[in-house]
Design a protein around this ligand. Structure first.
Ligand code: HPA
Length: 277
């Protein structure tokens, strides 16, 4: 099998918005749902939310939707799900995130967000597992993302596309989340390139420049979601304290385990927040 452009986004002459429109048409055809209202990207620890926010109308293997690919990592799910909430909202759940560190290019990273917008979604809920810089935070704790610092030195925007990022992580939506759980803390998310975890010195830098959360996703997706006109709600599950803040070495197994333990609680929280949106 020739490898050339097995994913249409790998063709530099492809228009990523046209590819997203094709993906949205695949989702409509395969799910029978013409239009979605809300999209959720479920990161480490958040997966169970898909089982409780409503009735699953269709589960689609990501590989059947244009431009999506198999997840690179165990612990990440490769499906898209169309769910109907009890009050009749159609929610597209994206369990197939492409990370920047996979080196497939930023178009592939933000394809799910552009596809969500093309399905009609006006609200994008981005979740992740991340390291916490605030010492008062505990592994297993969900926090709201209030803003971000993009340390990837990249952007999903192509050409002279000047997009305002003030209130990128909508205060209105954060306030709605806090009506569900008034104890939710919030912080500034720093996206590093990864896939290595940060050094303690990098964590101190992130802290010095105003960061509270370190991770390897979300910021680029949020920019693309804003470009597409969506309102964004961001949640991080603190799976560990960031390197050097916690004294023990970090491991992917620890991150997955923290996610697994927190999953029932944070999934229930997320389901209630989606209901309130
Ligand atoms: N750093 C970056 N990404 C992460 C971390 C971290 O400490 N924990 C989970 N994802």
């Amino acid at each position: 099998m020739p490898e050339t452009h097995s994913n249409p986004l790998d063709d530099p002459s492809a228009n990523p918005f046209e590819v997203a429109a094709l993906a949205a048409a695949d989702i409509a055809r395969l799910s029978g749902v013409e239009k979605h209202d809300i999209a959720l990207t479920l990161g480490s620890g958040w997966g169970k939310a898909a089982d409780i926010i409503g009735e699953t109308v269709a589960t689609l293997p990501a590989t059947e939707v244009t431009g999506f690919s198999k997840p690179a990592l165990e612990g990440h799910v490769g499906t898209l799900r169309s769910i109907r909430t009890p009050d009749g909202k159609h929610v597209l759940v994206i369990g197939a995130r492409t990370h920047y560190y996979e080196s497939h290019g930023v178009r592939r990273v933000v394809h799910s967000v552009r596809t969500a917008a093309a399905t009609g979604a006006k609200t994008m809920v981005l979740t992740n597992g991340a390291g916490g810089i605030r010492e008062s935070w505990k592994p297993g704790q969900p926090v709201l993302i209030s803003d971000h610092i993009n340390l990837t030195a990249d952007s999903p925007l192509e050409g002279a596309t000047f997009i305002d990022l003030t209130d990128l992580y909508s205060k209105r939506l954060r306030d709605i989340a806090r009506t569900v759980d008034p104890t939710l803390d919030e912080g500034v998310y720093c996206q590093f390139r990864g896939p290595h975890y940060e050094t303690p010195a990098e964590v101190q830098m992130a802290k010095a420049i105003g960061g509270h959360i370190v991770g390897m996703s979300t910021a680029l997706e949020a920019i693309a979601a804003r470009e597409a006109g969506m309102e964004i709600l961001g949640f991080s599950l603190i799976t560990n304290l960031a390197a050097g803040i916690q004294q023990t070495p970090l491991s992917h197994a620890e991150v997955i385990e923290a996610g697994r333990e927190a999953e029932p609680v944070i999934s229930a929280l997320l389901a209630r927040v989606v209901e309130a949106l």
